[in-house]
Design a protein around this ligand. Structure first.
Ligand code: CMP
Length: 237
């Protein structure tokens, strides 16, 4: 992969959308591109050995934390154009969470020092970084609020609404109904890890939502027919 190819990949990263061609060219010299298989751990919670920032050129990763009982809580899925690993670079603390690939993925890796220099020299990057970190903090606040105050069915409904907001596609069905489709849906275990419950409970709640015609689940997708029914569950708690 040559410098031009890497520049092409860097253009797909929101964080660098304000950079000029020349700046992208310089940045491309600092980037190492690495392929990962599905289910590989890229960053381990608590680790302080390798300080680098990761940019996703292709594929999906999940950010998660592991409890003392070994149960995982999924904080987020990140996709092409997203980044992770910035927190330890900025505050010098160990990794705050683990990150694992959920598909084959291609990642661009930038080591700490050149990245920190870039942030200091380019206020636009610092602002983009802050803006993304605010977005993640808002989402985390919502998650904390829902874990401590909502019933489990409210939390599952809230998870489905979040997924819908983040990556739902609005389409018309053959009979003219407007629905939202979440492609490449999370597994029931992943939905459970996002909602702070077990796979069996997610399965039971999803069956209820299917029976009530609020959603449909296929092998690959979730179709949301009745957003209001989910909103009602998520706000009633
Ligand atoms: P770092 O702490 O260096 O390593 C783990 C990374 O996971 C972290 O940087 C962030 O990039 C990412 N991360 C941590 N918490 C969240 C969250 N709540 N939402 C999205 N990404 C997160």
């Amino acid at each position: 992969m040559d410098n031009n190819d890497i520049c092409g990949l860097l253009k797909g990263v929101d964080l660098f959308s304000e950079l000029t061609e020349e700046q992208l060219g310089l940045l491309a010299n600092l980037v190492v591109v690495q392929d990962f298989n599905r289910d590989e751990t890229v960053v381990l919670e608590g680790d302080c050995s390798m300080k680098a920032l990761y940019l996703i050129a292709s594929g999906t990763v999940q950010v998660y934390m592991t409890g003392v009982d070994g149960r995982e809580t999924i904080l987020s899925f990140l996709e092409r154009g997203d980044f992770f690993g910035e927190m330890s670079l900025i505050d010098g603390e160990p990794r705050s969470a683990s990150v694992r690939t959920v598909t084959d993925a291609q990642l661009m890796i930038i080591h700490s020092e050149p990245f920190l220099t870039l942030i200091r020299q380019t206020p636009e990057i610092a602002m983009s970084l802050l803006s993304e970190m605010c977005k993640r903090l808002r989402k985390a606040n919502k998650q904390i609020g829902s874990l401590s105050t909502m019933s489990v069915s409210g939390r599952v409904a809230g998870t489905l609404l979040n997924l819908m907001e983040e990556r739902g596609m609005r389409i018309h069905t053959d009979n003219g109904q407007m629905v939202t489709v979440i492609h490449n849906r999370p597994t029931q275990q992943q939905l459970a890890d996002m909602s702070g419950t077990t796979r069996e409970t997610v399965s039971r709640i999803c069956s209820m939502l299917v029976k009530a015609n609020a959603i449909a689940m296929t092998g690959k997708d979730i179709v949301i027919f009745d957003e209001n029914a989910l909103q009602e569950k998520a706000t009633k708690g």
